[in-house]
Write a protein that binds this ligand. Structure first.
Ligand code: B12
Length: 491
């Protein structure tokens, strides 16, 4: 059996990092972990190939070679996925679809032959057994959440790793919290399910053996969802594994209560975690109460962010406007909070309702859902009727983006952050692309760009005050270039 795994192209979004990736001559952020994991679950004797349309093209020969195309996608890849499916149909290749897009809206894809939905650890074996018997069904779905201790090491070797800026690994799925807008718990449940330390080390060993020394993204929904196992099993294993190795800087996603645990933060830094993405959402307590984000309430959010930065991790943050409790004062308050926090990569979105969430059910009951979901929470679109006048909301939202990504405020945030930040001790792996990126940044940002003055001020300030953080300063300046391009795109 010949299986062609296809990952459709992403549009230009906040997290696509498309414009920043050019500086390091990479084509995409990370290889598609879902497809590579599914590939590892297929019979070893089957032939497998990966075509990630973010780094290469899908040719007629690829389609002629395949017995089946296995496709995965997020909602944001809907149109690109439809185009791939149409080409498969034309070429007479059968399509098997899975992943978040199809799990949420499979009925909109009549040309897909088989949907293997939810987590493949449960549904794929059922499909494969039926396929062998010649009784494959149209839809495989489950309400159960699998034990991740049976998840195999992804087949990274199918991907052309040189094309990517980072690789993803996954320790856990699910999140113990209950934020009303988040579709993670709807897709993956509340109880964090985890892999063992031996599995994680095997995954890291496998990518290290392939020569990977670049960044590694732990794509957990909340890395600290199971603190006990993390502290007693995973982090000690990672700290030991890192001895004598260079590179493989880790990043992840987690909740703000990390700031309450000094020991955990220090272990994470020793294990090599350099960046964490945290859902801050809003400085407004009524809005936090409205969306049930109790882990962010009753604390000084700015102080929590600073504690994480001081421990040695950069904080990236997610923010939302458009809650029912929001008044037009929220726009200025968000900008003020973001500036004070030194959260350089601030992802600000308009509130959107994803199917399966509490928010979706509530707004459906109130008759406040409109239009299709774009799937990109930072493109300035929404599928809900907000309480605030929609034009005021849209304008206020655009103002936030224009302000926080204006060169002046953006570069100010970099220095605010670097003042608090304790740079990591992990040994740097010197990739010549990073040196070239420095030269490209000089040309693009320091000579051509409208931000040139701020760029050179940052150079001087960092070299005098925080010389060890110089690589971070340049990296963040390059991210800023990407964020500004994406903002321009969305008006
Ligand atoms: C890593 C990640 C990213 C990476 C993607 C890197 C890459 N190339 O894969 C980055 C940071 C780039 C990213 C970006 C975005 N992301 Co994202 N991301 C994730 C995250 C945290 C993990 C995904 C992952 O790798 N999981 C691990 C693998 C093993 O799981 P999986 O892919 O789900 O696969 C399993 C099953 O789904 C199934 N399966 C998957 N595919 C297939 C295919 C077949 C044929 C079969 C049989 C089975 C199958 O089997 C696998 C094993 O069980 C998820 C949250 C989550 N936990 O899923 C959000 C998530 C996928 N992202 C989301 C969003 C919204 C975005 C952005 C739009 C955000 C933004 N505004 O910019 C962007 C869009 C992408 C872009 N580049 O522009 C949403 C998608 C919602 C949806 N229903 O579509 C999610 C679910 C997060 C959320 N809170 O809702 N993301």
């Amino acid at each position: 059996m010949k299986i062609l795994m296809v990952y459709p192209e992403f549009p230009d979004t906040f997290w696509s990092f498309k414009h920043a990736l050019r500086f390091i001559r990479k084509k995409a952020f990370a290889p598609p972990l879902g497809l590579l994991t599914v590939a590892a679950m297929l019979p070893a004797a089957w032939e497998k190939r990966l075509v990630d349309l973010n780094v290469t093209r899908l040719t007629q020969q690829d389609l002629a070679w395949a017995d089946y195309v296995f496709i995965s996608a997020m909602i944001v890849q809907r149109d690109a996925a439809l185009a791939v499916i149409a080409r498969c149909k034309q070429a007479g290749v059968k399509v098997v679809a899975g992943g978040p897009l199809f799990t949420i809206e499979h009925a909109s894809f009549p040309d897909v032959d088989h949907f293997v939905l939810n987590e493949a650890e449960i549904t794929l074996p059922q499909f494969l057994a039926d396929l062998e018997r010649g009784t494959a069904q149209k839809v495989y779905t489950t309400a159960e959440f699998p034990d991740l201790r049976q998840t195999p090491v992804p087949l990274w070797e199918l991907a052309d790793l040189k094309q990517y800026a980072s690789i993803s690994v996954q320790f856990s799925r699910g999140c113990p919290f209950d934020c009303s807008f988040c579709n993670i718990t709807a897709l993956l449940g509340h109880r964090p399910r985890t892999k063992t330390a031996a599995q994680i080390i095997a995954e890291l060993d496998s990518m290290y053996a392939l020569g990977w020394r670049g960044p590694v993204f732990f794509v957990d929904d909340n890395l600290i969802g199971n603190k006990k196992q993390l502290k007693h099993e995973i982090l000690p294993a990672l700290i030991e594994w890192r001895q004598g190795k260079s590179g493989l800087r880790f990043s992840t996603e987690l909740s703000i209560n990390l700031a309450d645990d000094e020991e955990l933060m220090s272990m994470m830094v020793d294990a090599g975690f350099a960046t964490v993405f945290v859902g801050i959402e809003t400085p407004d307590d009524d809005s936090l109460a409205e969306c049930n984000k109790y882990q962010n309430r009753g604390r000084d959010l700015l102080d929590s962010v600073r504690r994480i930065q001081r421990a040695g991790m950069q904080v990236q943050g997610g923010f939302i406007v458009g809650f029912d409790s929001d008044t037009p004062s929220i726009f200025a308050r968000q900008v003020e909070f973001i500036q004070k926090s030194g959260i350089v990569s601030a992802m600000v979105g308009l509130l959107q309702a994803f199917p399966g969430t509490q928010l979706y059910r509530r707004l459906e009951n109130e008759g406040r859902l409109i239009s299709e979901l774009s799937g990109d929470n930072v493109d300035g679109s929404t599928n809900i009727i907000p309480r605030m006048d929609i034009d005021v909301l849209r304008q206020g939202y655009r103002n936030i983006l224009h302000q926080i990504y204006s060169p002046k405020l953006y570069y100010e945030r970099i220095t605010t952050f670097l003042r608090e930040y304790e740079p990591p001790k992990i040994r740097v792996h010197l990739d010549p692309q990073y040196l070239l990126a420095l030269w490209r940044s000089i040309y693009q940002l320091g000579i051509k760009g409208a931000e040139r003055l701020h760029y050179w001020k940052l150079w001087l300030w960092t070299l005098f005050h925080r010389p060890r953080s110089f690589p971070q300063a340049i990296e963040l300046a390059i991210y800023g270039y990407h964020f500004r391009r994406v903002c321009e795109l969305h008006g």
